[in-house]
Design a protein around this ligand. Sequence first.
Ligand code: PBG
Length: 327
Amino acid sequence: MELVHRPRRLRNGDTIRRMCRETRLSADSLIYPIFVDETLSGRRAIESLPGQYQYGFDALEDAVAECIHAGVSSCILFGIPAHKDALGSSAWAPDGVIQKAIRIIKEKYPDFYVVTDVCMCEYTDHGHCGALCGCHVDNDATLELLAKTALSHARAGADMVAPSDMMDGRVAAIRSTLDAEGFQDVPIMAYSAKYASAFYGPFRSAAGSAPSFGDRKGYQMDPHNRREALKECALDVEEGADIIMVKPALSYLDIIRECSDAFDVPMAAYSVSGEYAMIKAAAQAGLVDEYRIMCESALSVFRAGANILITYYAKELAQAIEKGDIG
Ligand code: PBG
């Protein structure tokens, strides 16, 4: 058979396959989500996320040590406060759950990179991501609360803040507040194209942040939309976002690709709780090979154009990369 092109030549053996890989992964690109509960001592398994835990202050050092041991050098913190109210005031309390957690981590591990999720939903008694006006989340009133919260995280020593609320204008509000207080070097990773997704289900029970009425469709994006993601990213970049994010990841690979092509800032993707829980459940049912599915899913996110991946599998992935199973 006369065939000029035989793509199989480059697949003929492990060495040549590895040489020709188009996508390279590094543990440096992984961020691990850590849930901190200020009422807890030790760690408590999260039922909706097998293998994940909520950590009390006394268990945080161990949580970080496990990351470092696995080769993960960054986390994103989510707080579960003892006290909730209508405005979510413990979100910006100087001795709030996240503020304390940052100090504990930084004292022992000053080089471990701490990102904080900036949102009101874990702190409000109604579970929405901002201040309410009737049944509606009041955009402009919420900006001030978010900016105060981000500032208090920076004051406690956060390396980067990540607003996940989807209010209009939050990046500008946070940037100007941080700058005015001397935190011009703290970057903002904006959850720019965050969709109103069913994939957040397991997270909401883990963080106790499900809305008590209604849903988040009035502020998070409609999954039908693609061009709107470009608009959201453009606005965030204009307002000063250093990193933009698409969330969830797996059902939104097209959005990751388009946004990473369109903007010259690093692109993050969040492989959310439902994505993790689905792989776990399928593996537990004996339907798929968890390790290989984990690797392939993460790989697809980077192939789509992400530079940074937030994932509950961060530690396992870092190990897989080190072993050469992916990357
Ligand atoms: C807070 C926030 C959520 C997630 C990250 N930050 C929940 C939500 O928007 O309802 C979801 C993360 C996950 O599902 O893993 N607003």
